[in-house]
Ligand binder design. Structure first.
Ligand code: NAD
Length: 262
């Protein structure tokens, strides 16, 4: 019976190839797993070499790769096309969220690092992937993981907020330029997603305490009183590659439980 259920399950990404950056982390790993479950062949890049073993099976290719290194990215794209034969979907997810720092005390080195990972690497990967995406038979798709910070920046997050705002503009211009190639480019703006590395190691507890809230209350501060998970973001990313969003490009889609805080 379980077999029958599996056989009857729709495989919306069957025959398609996706590349997900930051695939060893919370949201990236969830997206990669969701795309695999949807029948896709998935390549995941991450600084963390453990990405290689994140999933089993011939549909998974996990590659240790620093997305800020042009040589490593070029080699990774070659490996993806050698293994899977092309590229239909690019998910720009790799990102870093440094510890809070006020503008008056900005560390220039850290500022540049945030820009290199969150912005420059995305621009470089878009350029390198374009020849592949424009050949995608059903039309290439790009999903960019932005942040709620773009619409509602928080104190202490200047570098992060600036990088994500610039990333969003990069995505919007890319959507304009690539529509003629049949490539759709959309941005997802999650509010805090607490089951991820960014919130591990006591960061979540400290932030909740800063607001004088329990972790439960802090993580559900939205209109729907719901906690946003990596799986929720993965579901939206999958939907964005499919027919429901076939006529949407250059869009920014929040996933935040509705917001009553700003
Ligand atoms: P995470 O730390 O769990 O995952 C990020 C992954 O990116 C890690 O596995 C890390 O190794 C990888 N990475 C970092 N630098 C890299 C590099 N130079 N090359 C290759 N890989 C690199 O965090 P996450 O929450 O899953 O973050 C994923 C994306 O979601 C990020 O862009 C983040 O800004 C965004 N986001 C997160 C939240 C949240 O609250 N967790 C909210 C909104 C947006």
């Amino acid at each position: 019976q379980a077999k029958l259920r599996r056989a009857g399950r729709p495989a919306p990404l069957a025959g398609q190839v996706a590349l997900v950056t930051g695939a060893a982390g919370g949201i990236g790993r969830a997206i990669a797993g969701r795309f695999l479950a949807a029948g896709g062949a998935v390549a995941g890049l991450d600084l963390d070499p453990a990405v290689a073993g994140a999933f089993d099976g011939a549909s998974w290719l996990g590659l240790g790769c620093d997305v800020t290194d042009a040589g490593q990215v070029g080699a990774a794209l070659d490996a993806v096309t050698d293994t899977f034969g092309g590229l239909d979907i690019l998910v720009l997810n790799a990102g870093i969220f440094p510890a809070a720092a006020p503008v008056a005390e900005l560390d220039s080195e850290l500022w540049r690092r945030v820009m290199r990972v969150n912005l420059d690497a995305a621009a470089d990967l878009l350029r390198e992937a374009h020849p592949l995406l424009r050949q995608a038979p059903g039309g290439g798709r790009v999903v960019v993981i932005g942040s709620k910070n773009v619409a509602a920046p928080g104190p202490g997050a200047a570098a992060y907020s600036a990088s994500k705002a610039a990333l969003t503009q990069l995505a919007r211009v890319t959507a304009l330029e690539w529509a003629a190639d049949g490539i759709r480019v959309n941005v997802v703006h999650p509010d805090a997603v607490f089951d991820t590395g960014i919130w591990a190691g006591g960061v979540l507890e400290a932030r909740a305490a800063h607001y004088g809230l329990s972790v439960e209350d802090y993580t559900t501060r939205n209109l729907l009183h719901t906690q946003i998970t990596s799986a929720d973001v993965a579901e939206l990313a999958l939907a964005l590659t499919g027919p429901a969003f076939a006529k949407t490009t250059g869009a920014q889609i929040p996933i935040d439980g509705g917001n009553d805080r700003v």
